[in-house]
Design a binder for this molecule. Structure first.
Ligand SMILES: [Zn+2]
Length: 315
């Protein structure tokens, strides 16, 4: 049997080094059908490709010869990496050494800012053929006051690595050249939108975790996670005090003196309250259960109207 240690049979077949014999067989059949000389009108390129595929399958399709080949390759690689720094070895360039290229500099939109490490940080590549986990992504998200108080969903747009759709993550095209879409990196950066659930009553600066919504892994490795730090936006009128919501409401001196009905904007509705006769600035009107939801609970705090008499409103 013809075995060439210099050739990467896994790449030729576009399978992972950890691929099962069954999958290697399946892949071989696909490629053989595609490149068979009979179906390619004697194309020189297809014939050459067919020969390569067959050679690769002869070795990898058999557990014994595959093991032998793996051993020879491993030794060969070690020898190559033991060479002195000055020696050129063009046949061995690591196609997976790419981590740095995706370090993102800053936010794409002002509502999103990475708050600690850049989303696509450097990756330590021990063995380029080993499965590796995708990146964990960390961002900040501005959450409207009312959404934070009562919970809700907000669409969140961010960038992450996805498995290259062109080569399905093999990094190679059918001619075993680096995939033109991902340049052999197996993954591409894609902008994606996720509807994120904001739990009711969430605290400011709390970090929400969305497992498996981070970057795609390599060589079949698992997805990373998405971490989003909540930054509650200031509200022009409302202020949260624990789970109560305080609202300063200006009233006319006449209403304060004589009392009467007053329409008040709550978090998610309006209501009419009765202003007492002789109300002074700083006095409160409490509406039980109309405030913010308590963190991780169902009970709501109170809505507290704080009156402020405004002389300009005098008729
Ligand atoms: Zn690709």
């Amino acid at each position: 049997m013809k075995v060439s240690v210099e050739k990467d049979y896994y790449k030729i077949l576009g399978v992972k080094k950890s691929a099962k014999i069954r999958d290697i067989k399946k892949r071989y059949r696909e490629l053989a059908r595609k490149h068979h000389p009979d179906t390619n009108q004697g194309s020189q390129k297809a014939e050459e490709r067919f020969k390569q595929i067959s050679e690769a399958y002869e070795v990898l399709g058999n557990a014994k010869s595959r093991k032998e080949y793996d051993k020879l390759r491993a030794n060969g690689r070690q020898r190559r990496s033991n060479r002195s720094p000055g020696s050129q070895n063009e046949s061995y360039t690591d196609p997976f050494d790419f981590g740095r290229q995706y370090t993102r500099q800053g936010p794409r939109e002002n509502q999103q800012e990475p708050f600690s490490q850049p989303p696509f940080a450097d990756e330590t590549v021990m063995d380029p053929d080993m499965p590796s986990r995708g990146f964990d992504l960390q961002f900040m998200v501005d959450v409207p006051f009312v959404v934070a108080a009562l919970g809700g969903q907000i669409p969140y747009t961010y960038e992450k690595h996805v498995t290259c759709p062109e080569c399905k993550g093999s990094g190679l095209n059918d001619f075993e050249d680096p995939c033109p879409k991902c340049q052999g990196k197996q993954r591409v950066v894609e902008t994606t939108t996720l509807d994120i659930d904001i739990p009711s009553g969430v605290a400011d600066q709390y970090t929400l975790k969305f497992p498996r919504h981070g970057g795609a892994g390599r060589n079949g490795g698992p997805l990373g996670d998405l971490m989003v730090k909540v930054c509650i936006e200031k509200h022009p009128q409302f202020k949260k005090v624990k789970s109560d919501v305080h609202s300063i409401v200006t009233i006319s001196p006449e209403l304060a003196e004589k009392g009467g009905p007053l329409k008040v904007q709550l978090l998610d509705s309006t209501t009419t309250i009765q202003v007492e006769e002789g109300t002074l600035t700083g006095e409160e009107f409490r509406i039980p259960g109309a405030g913010s939801t308590q963190p991780w609970g169902k009970k709501r705090g109170d809505f507290v109207v704080k009156f402020q008499i405004d002389e300009k409103l005098r008729k």
